[in-house]
Every structure is written in structure tokens, then in C-alpha cells.
Write a protein that binds this ligand. Structure first.
Ligand code: GAR
Length: 204
């Protein structure tokens, strides 16, 4: 077992971070969250972090809108390292991660994506699944590599697409599974159960 020292990056509501906090507080995940960083100044994830006594700060990622690069990336790495982070969790962080941050935390950056990858990478994946006519949708937790939503898969969970689903109802059903999937993936990592062989993540 190796206790995880997490740094959480987010952009929005932070419900996935909340599921990780809840697992830690319930004693079902051997981890602590050292810091929460959000690229949106008034993101609810910061409020949630503070409520749980976690250092939670805005990270100005300008001038870029869709990636974490340049001085902001350097600052992010510096802050995460100084805070004692060994594992970076992308919990609804809506920016592309570049190789520098990945190199600073090799095989230690995890992302949650609201689709059964490799289907529907990118944004609004649940709407893409609905528009495509999928009968099943879901969630993926994966190691991050230099592609978009393309790294080795750790956990996937499926949900049915119902006849009367809207993007909102489908996303809500996916989020219920997200909140199980992220703590589950981190539990596997904390118990040293994961090895990466090419694209495949083996679970001991
Ligand atoms: C989640 O549905 C997550 O899967 C998605 O953003 C939402 C964040 O919700 N992430 C992506 O789309 C990344 N490509 P949260 O802020 O409540 O955790």
C-alpha cells in the first residue's frame, strides 16, 4: 500500500473531487488531497475544497483557453511539487495536459472522462453518445498520455441510454458511476495493483 498524495485540477462543480474526499473521509481510500487548483476563479470545486479544509486556489492559465502550457504549466508543476503531490487527478479539468506536466508526474496523472473511450473523446461526450444513437454510454478513468482522452484505461463503467433521455438526464446517470469509478481507480493505484503494459493496464 502506498498512500496517495493528490493534487486535484478542476474547472467546474467538483462533484468528482467530492467523491474522492468522501472516500478518504470514509476511510475507504488511503490518500490525502494536498491542493485543489481550478482554472476558473469562481469554480465550485474551490468552494468544496475549502469547506473540507483543503488548500484550494485559482490558477490563471491565460493566454490559452484550452490547454495548460507555458508559464501557467510551470507554475502548476511548481505548486504541485511544493505541496508534496505525487499523483495528479484531473477532476473535470477542461484543458489539454502537455508533456511537461506528464514528465513531472510519470504515469501519475489520471483523468475521468464521461464516455466509454475510445468513443467520444473531447467535450460534451454524453450529448455525442445520445446524438449517435448509442444504447449504452458510460465513464472511463485512465492514465493521461500526450493525446486527448487516449491514455491506458484503468476503470470503465457502463450505463444504459434510456428512450426519454436528454443530455442532462444521461449525464446525471453517468455521473453516478463517475463517483464510484474515480475512487475505485485511485484505490487500485494506492494498493500498488496496477501495471501498465503498452496500452493495457493490468490489475493484480
Ligand atoms: C464530469 O462529468 C467529467 O467526467 C467531465 O466533466 C465533468 C466534471 O464534473 N470531464 C470531462 O469532460 C473531461 N474531458 P465535476 O466538476 O462535477 O466533477
Amino acid at each position: 500500500m502506498s498512500k496517495l498524495h493528490l493534487g486535484v485540477l478542476g474547472s467546474g462543480a467538483g462533484s468528482n473531487m467530492q467523491s474522492i474526499v468522501d472516500a478518504i473521509e470514509a476511510g475507504t481510500l488511503d490518500a490525502d488531497i494536498k491542493i485543489v487548483l481550478a482554472d476558473v476563479a469562481d469554480a465550485k470545486i474551490l468552494e468544496r475544497g475549502k469547506k473540507h479544509g483543503i488548500r484550494s486556489e485559482y490558477l490563471d492559465c491565460a493566454p490559452w483557453k484550452t490547454k495548460l502550457e507555458g508559464p501557467a504549466e510551470d507554475r502548476c508543476i511548481e505548486i504541485l511539487k511544493a505541496a508534496g503531490v505525487d499523483t495528479v487527478v484531473l477532476a473535470g479539468f477542461m484543458r489539454i495536459i502537455k508533456p511537461k506536466l506528464l514528465a513531472a508526474f510519470p504515469n501519475r496523472v489520471l483523468n475521468i472522462h464521461p464516455a466509454l473511450l475510445p468513443a467520444f473523446p473531447g467535450v460534451h461526450s454524453w450529448t455525442q453518445a445520445l446524438d449517435y444513437g448509442c444504447k449504452v454510454a458510460g465513464v472511463t478513468v485512465h492514465f493521461v498520455d500526450s493525446g486527448t482522452d487516449s491514455g491506458p484505461i484503468i476503470v470503465q463503467k457502463a450505463v444504459p441510454v434510456l428512450e426519454d433521455d436528454t443530455p442532462e438526464t444521461l449525464h446525471a446517470r453517468i455521473q453516478v458511476q463517475e463517483h464510484l469509478a474515480f475512487p475505485e481507480a485511485l484505490r487500485l493505484l494506492a494498493s500498488d495493483s496496477l501495471t501498465i503494459e503498452g496500452r493495457r493496464v493490468r490489475i493484480k
